[in-house]
Design a protein around this ligand. Structure first.
Ligand code: GDG
Length: 477
């Protein structure tokens, strides 16, 4: 088996999979590297006076990591700038929030070149290289410039936007052309894969050459690249194990006690404008005002972990949510009932699992999301004999796999409010039927299946000059 070199912006393997506070991506990548031997390379999260390219190698949670520090200017232009103020909003359909500054572009290109230069000595000829996410789109181009002929794959965790949106990005052609230096590009779903294919065909003047299963081959300027849908999953087995822990049970009991006979609705999100939290609060407010019988009978627990707080749009959404939750609580609360418990703490994974299990509704209503792992975690945490109901945005990648959830348009407060009401009163037999199908999917399409299908597809990709083990069917005719 080839070694796997994973390259991502941040490197943060959890110390212990069941208790860590790392996000979904980190969990998935750590699991990938525990199975395949290899190295995880990326930014340490630390800043240095001037960039040296010196790596610190460590073993964390059974994974070898290689970390590099970045300069303040790199962090501002590449991470807070191009990645989080240009690409993130645009790819989440928030062109009103996307900022275009040439210095961001330059910082993005510089850090990608620095990553390539630094990781180069670690790469051996047979290694598979797997680059993660929107921070590192041009990395393959920088590696090829330095003579790397290995197979290089890329996975985009966020949506690839429709072609009319991506063309808003200044110098979008350069960004997309650089992607042709990958051998395999993975997206969360067919939507994003097809939007990328559309761009190649209708904007860049290339073509779709062939397709087989989830993989399409596109060609541009004499180069061919495989693009595919590889929906990411959670470590369902590990999540189930976490539920058996004492801490998870404690949290479950604590929530049941504090519910005091009321029904609980739960939301867990990074505090990000893409997650649709303001609309979620307003939908819940509508639920309360339209259904007086629910007053004092339900509450919403929203865990929102602060993130990217150096970016102004994140400070704004945070104050907005403080205001809206405060207003709703002020209007509806009684001496012994608070309708929204709005919490900015970070919880351990085992604690979260107990919290999810105590909730009658999992409320997952992002305006846009590549996948959304919270939807899958909520399902994995349910009691098979008395499962809760998942209310899920049609604009989360997860909706394509989780049709048994109550699928809603997160922009329609009425729809969301009606779905919550329906979930709260759904008969046990229907809850069980829906949950069993959802749970089966969460277990089958777990993070291991995601990793294996991507890595196998990358292994099966011919290196330039090699014949493919089996060529996909031609699209001609
Ligand atoms: C990106 C894409 C895609 C949240 N609060 C706490 C906590 N979390 C964990 C959740 C979940 C993860 O963070 C969030 O994952 P999501 O998938 O929901 O969202 P993003 O962070 O935006 O992730 C997304 C994902 O990449 C993977 O490809 O699904 O579409 O945007 O695992 O549980 N974890 C802990 N404490 C918290 O307080 N321990």
């Amino acid at each position: 088996m080839s070694r796997l070199i994973i390259i991502s912006n941040r490197v943060n393997p959890p110390d212990d999979a069941s208790v860590g506070t790392a996000g979904g991506l980190a969990m998935a990548l750590a699991a990938a590297l525990r199975e395949y031997s290899g190295i995880w390379f990326g930014w340490s999260g630390q800043k240095t006076e001037s960039f040296t390219g010196q790596m610190s190698m460590q073993r964390v949670g059974g994974v070898t990591v290689a970390l590099v520090d970045l300069e303040e200017q790199d962090v501002q232009e590449y991470y807070n700038g191009y990645a989080n103020r240009t690409l993130w909003p645009l790819f989440h359909y928030r062109m009103d929030l996307a900022e275009y500054e040439r210095s961001f572009d330059e910082g993005y290109a510089r850090v990608n070149a620095r990553f390539a230069e630094t990781v180069l000595p670690l790469i051996e000829p047979d290694d598979l290289i797997w680059v993660q996410d929107y921070h590192l789109i041009p990395l393959a181009r920088e590696l090829r410039r330095r003579g790397v002929a290995n197979r290089i794959g890329f996975f985009l965790h966020i949506p690839w936007p429709a072609r009319r949106l991506i063309t808003i990005l200044p110098r979008h052609e350069t960004l997309v052309e650089a992607m042709l230096d990958y051998d395999l590009i993975g997206f969360q779903g067919a939507d994003s894969r097809d939007a990328f294919g559309d761009y190649i065909e209708h904007v860049a003047g290339g073509e779709r050459v062939a397709s087989e299963g989830p993989i399409t081959i596109v060609s541009l300027n004499g180069k061919q690249v495989r693009i595919g849908a590889f929906p990411i999953g959670i470590d369902a087995a590990d999540f189930t194990k976490a539920l058996e822990s004492e801490r998870s049970r404690d949290y479950f009991t604590r929530m049941v006690d504090s519910r005091a006979g009321r029904q609980m609705i739960v939301g867990v999100d990074r505090l990000d404008y893409s997650k649709g939290l303001e609309d979620r609060f307003l939908s819940y407010e509508l639920l309360l005002s339209k259904n007086p019988d629910l007053l004092e009978k339900v509450f919403l627990l929203q865990v929102a972990t602060p993130s990217r707080d150096e970016v102004a749009a994140y400070q704004e959404i945070r104050s907005k949510l403080d205001m809206v939750s405060g207003r709703i609580n002020g209007a509806f609360a009684t001496v012994d009932w608070v309708p929204i418990r709005y919490v900015n703490h970070v919880y351990r994974r085992d604690e979260l699992s107990g919290i999810y299990r105590a909730a009658a509704i999992g409320l997952v209503t992002p305006h846009r999301d590549g996948m959304n792992l919270v939807a899958k975690e909520y399902v994995a945490a349910q009691d098979p004999d008395d499962p809760g109901v998942l209310v899920l945005s049609e604009f989360a990648g997860a909706a394509a796999q989780m049709g048994e959830a109550l699928i809603v348009n997160p922009f329609s407060r009425e729809e969301v409010s009606d779905a919550i009401r329906r979930g709260l009163t759904m008969p046990l037999s229907e809850r069980k039927r829906r949950w069993e199908i959802l749970m089966h999917g969460v277990q089958e399409d777990d993070v291991e299946a995601w990793r294996d299908s991507f890595v196998k597809a990358l292994e099966a990709t011919p290196r330039s000059g090699e014949a493919a083990p089996s060529e996909p069917r031609s699209m001609a005719g």
